[in-house]
Design a protein around this ligand. Structure first.
Ligand code: GL2
Length: 843
């Protein structure tokens, strides 16, 4: 490519190589330039919003230069790339992250200060990019950070939703959803109006036979919608590598509105096509761990998958390689079953458009894809009705039927004696109506399937995918325990702690790239000066959160109290109801005490946060109860500082960055066997908080790493859950724990407002089988909370546990996790830039 440009032209281009700012003076110059020219403002009307915009643009300039170089480097190297397909990327804010990953936050800080701004205030101006629901979407964002930081040639592919996850307001104790229009000003995306793909829907299939007898299918007619690419640069930490996240936006293929209709006075339908097309990428579905089977969702999935595959195939075809080399150049990871149609789409491209034989094509497909399962909850496993498929994607349905036929023939040959096996593993569920089981399709079309924590990977092998292990053998099913990026979740969220750790872990930020170096701080666990600093940092983080609580809720909490935090999506399986029942129990106990006894009690602040899916009635009831308990407890003069109950509105990534470093104790108390991994559990421990939790998800591996003396585990084990559930329903009368009954009695007597408002939560436990085993675990939960109080009273012991735990958290870096994917599943190598030694002071 380079050679095709004549020498004089080349020289002219090279003479004017653009560089980003390097020092404070340069930074200020760039900010002033952007304020005055890009924003058309001046020092007289540069408010914080404008200062944020100009600062972002100055950093963006730097990023874009490295981003272009990285893409060129990857193109020239022509080595294998990984494509991470995810319907959710919960990125949060970009500016702070860019400053830190590039290593120029201190430059920005002093530059902004010269210009009259505080860097913290400027960072706060940014709207979160909230294109995800919870853990699954945030995991994808952590992965992008690690992929870039480790110099892997990688692209993310997702949808550019006009509305991300809704904004939550709490009004009179109830959740109210407000649209999140976040694209007003977004300096981090680059529209690529020249990169478009036309995507087909509906229509019909015709088959033709050529002279040789070969049959070809033609998918014809139907609607077309245009996908437009928007690119987001993803900076690596302490490396120039800057990867690309490509998000697709939908618009009408024609681009113009219908003048005929307009002239005839039919104003509304003249823009109808446009609006219908734009609807596809308009909103993120706000359900976490729940599949609702809506047609528009399937349209979103195909739209995104087809555009992404077109792009990937186009890039591959430029290299002029033979098709069989495709899997040597391309690895595609399916983040959950949402992109499973990519398997069918690639098969369609290869056989219908490129003319490959079925078997050759299928072998390429299987080698290309890997599938990550993120849940065993049956209500979250995607199924689409055959009728819907037939209507929306008729050719894909045919291909699915063929995939299934070949698969079932293979199964029948291997298990001729097990007739029922075919029914159990068929991609088509013979129900009324018939359904396509997306997880089964994903397994059949991939070469590796992974769970996200050890227990979870064991569970999928022994329960939901058991038959497939028998069919394919155990090697296809692997575990890759989730991880988190220490850049955002320690360095950015908790700079005080990050600096203190750096001073003990070799004196540099290198531990942020090799998190196992955290173990160095264990040598300082008895150092009084270190411990003092440690405690001071935690107190400062708690004070900051206390100020925020005061400012947003009006409630005054003491930073000296034990901060007990449960922040995550509201879900019955995550058991926020058990937590609030425990809080009510504590309140009743305190009320029954004398003032002298109450004075001796360990003061606690119970902090909750999290969104309920708009249609999840029980989750909304839980939010309402938490707020109602808060309203009573926080205003009860008998109680004072002994107990406060706070619900923080609109939990999101940027709030997590403030809340997590301020916790003493966090709750990860799902019914055993239900939480695939959890990732905030890792974030809390990394920030020097302890966990109260069940033997579930990654809690188990956290325990193994940090030692069981450093975690408060309680409750029944996953292996006992089925029997317990069975007993609730069939084992005679289901006995509700006595202290829980007292809690119910208090609610039912109207202590927290109208008893009726909360009756669903009570009957679920008492009368409807207590599916989530709240009653079974309640006693052990309360006992363990008492133990927490006792240990916390001895601050020396507590701090020792915290330091020791942090020291042993190295395993949970998403870098370790990504390296495992790269080796076990993708078979890709990093592509180091020549100057990988770094542009950050850390390296
Ligand atoms: C989830 C799991 O519930 C959660 O335990 C896990 O940590 C994440 C990431 O692997 O995936 N699965 C899921 O559907 N959502 C999750 O957060 N939404």
């Amino acid at each position: 490519v380079e050679a095709s440009i004549p020498e004089p032209q080349r020289q002219a281009w090279l003479k004017h190589q653009i560089t980003g700012f390097e020092d404070k003076d340069d930074f200020e110059k760039q900010v002033v330039r952007h304020v005055e020219t890009t924003l058309a403002r001046s020092m007289f009307n540069c408010d914080e919003t404008a200062a944020y915009a100009a600062t972002s643009l100055a950093f963006r300039d730097r990023l874009v230069i490295e981003w272009n170089r990285t893409q060129q480097r990857q193109t020239f190297a022509d080595s294998k790339r990984v494509y991470y397909l995810s319907l959710e990327f919960l990125m949060g804010r970009a500016l702070d992250n860019a400053m830190l990953n590039i290593g120029l936050k201190d430059v920005a800080q002093s530059g902004l200060s010269d210009l009259g701004f505080r860097v913290e205030d400027i960072i706060q101006q940014e709207h979160d990019a909230a294109l995800g629901n919870g853990g699954l979407g945030r995991l994808a964002a952590c992965f992008l950070d690690s992929l870039a930081s480790l110099n892997y040639p990688a692209w993310g592919y997702g949808l550019r939703y006009r509305y991300g996850i809704f904004k939550q307001e709490i009004i009179d104790g109830y959740q109210v959803e407000v649209p999140d229009y976040w694209l007003d000003f977004n300096p981090w995306e680059f529209p690529r109006h020249d990169v478009t793909v036309d995507i087909q829907f509906y229509g019909s299939v015709n088959k033709t036979t050529d002279d040789t007898g070969k049959i070809t299918a033609h998918w014809e007619g139907g609607d077309t919608v245009r996908a437009v690419a928007y690119d987001v640069p993803i900076p690596g930490f302490a490396t120039p590598s800057t990867n690309n996240l490509r998000l697709w936006s939908s618009k009408a293929a024609s681009g113009e509105f219908d003048f005929q209709k307009f002239n005839n006075g039919d104003y509304e339908s003249s823009v109808g096509d446009q609006q219908r097309a734009e609807t596809i990428s308009a909103v993120l579905y706000p359900n976490d761990n729940l599949d609702r089977g809506k047609e528009l969702r399937l349209k979103q999935q195909y739209f995104w998958v087809a555009a992404s595959l077109y792009d990937i195939v186009r890039r591959f075809k430029k290299t002029k390689r033979a098709w069989r080399e495709f899997p040597d150049q391309v690895a595609i990871q399916l983040n959950d079953t949402h992109p499973t149609l990519a398997i069918v789409e690639l098969q369609r491209i290869l056989i219908d458009l490129e003319g490959l034989d079925w078997d050759d094509a299928w072998s390429i497909v299987q080698k290309t894809f890997g599938y990550t399962n993120h849940t065993v909850l049956p209500e979250a496993l995607e199924k689409w009705s055959v009728g819907l498929f037939q209507h929306l994607l008729p050719r894909h349905l045919q291909i699915i039927y063929d995939i299934n036929m070949y698969f079932l023939q293979f199964v029948e040959r291997s298990f001729p004696q097990d007739r029922d096996m075919l029914r159990r593993v068929s991609i088509i569920e013979e129900s009324q109506p018939k359904m396509v089981r997306m997880a089964y399709l994903a397994i059949v079309g991939s070469h590796k399937v992974n769970g996200v924590a050890e227990l979870h990977s064991d569970l999928i092998r022994t329960t939901i995918f058991k038959d497939f292990v028998a069919i394919y053998g155990p090697d296809k099913f692997v575990n890759v325990t989730n991880g988190i990026t220490p850049r955002r979740w320690l360095h950015q969220a908790n700079p005080g702690l990050s600096d203190l750790i750096a001073s003990k872990a070799g004196g540099s930020e290198h531990f942020l790239k090799d998190l196992t170096l955290l173990n160095k701080i264990e040598l300082s666990v008895d150092d009084p000066a270190f411990r003092k600093e440690w405690a001071a940092i935690k107190l400062a983080n708690k004070t900051r959160l206390a100020d925020y609580i005061k400012a947003t809720t009006g409630v005054e909490v003491s930073p000296k109290a034990l901060f007990d935090v449960q922040v995550k999506r509201i879900h019955e399986y995550k058991r926020q109801q058990m937590n609030i029942f425990g809080v009510i129990h504590r309140y009743l106990t305190l009320k029954a005490q004398t003032p002298a006894e109450r004075k001796k009690a360990q003061p606690r602040v119970n902090i909750f946060g999290g969104k309920a899916a708009p249609g999840y009635w029980m989750a909304k009831q839980i939010i309402h109860l938490i707020n109602s308990v808060g309203a009573v407890v926080n205003n009860d003069p008998d109680i004072g500082d002994a107990l406060k109950v706070i619900f923080l509105e609109d939990y999101n990534v940027s709030k997590a960055e403030m809340i997590i470093p301020a916790s003493d104790l966090s709750e990860h108390i799902s019914t055993a066997g239900t939480e695939a991994s959890g990732t905030s559990n890792m974030k809390f421990v990394l920030n020097g908080g302890l966990i109260i939790g069940t033997c579930d998800g990654a809690n188990i591996e956290i325990t193994r790493e940090i030692g069981e003396e450093n975690i408060f585990l309680f409750g029944n084990l996953a292996e006992d859950v089925d029997d317990l559930r069975h007993n609730h329903t069939y084992g005679g009368d289901h006995k509700v724990d006595a202290s829980l009954q007292k809690v119910f009695a208090a609610i039912e007597s109207g202590t927290f407002g109208s008893a009726q408002d909360f009756s669903g939560m009570i009957t679920a436990v008492r009368d409807h089988g207590d599916f989530y085993l709240v009653s079974d675990d309640f006693h052990s939960y309360l006992e363990t909370q008492d133990l927490v109080d006792k240990v916390y009273a001895d601050q020396e012991t507590w701090v020792t546990k915290c330091i020791t735990s942090v020291a042993r958290m190295g395993f949970f870096s998403s870098d370790r996790c990504i390296n495992e994917y790269a080796e076990e599943i993708w078979n890709i190598e990093p592509l180091k830039p020549e100057s990988a030694a770094g542009i950050s002071k850390g390296e």
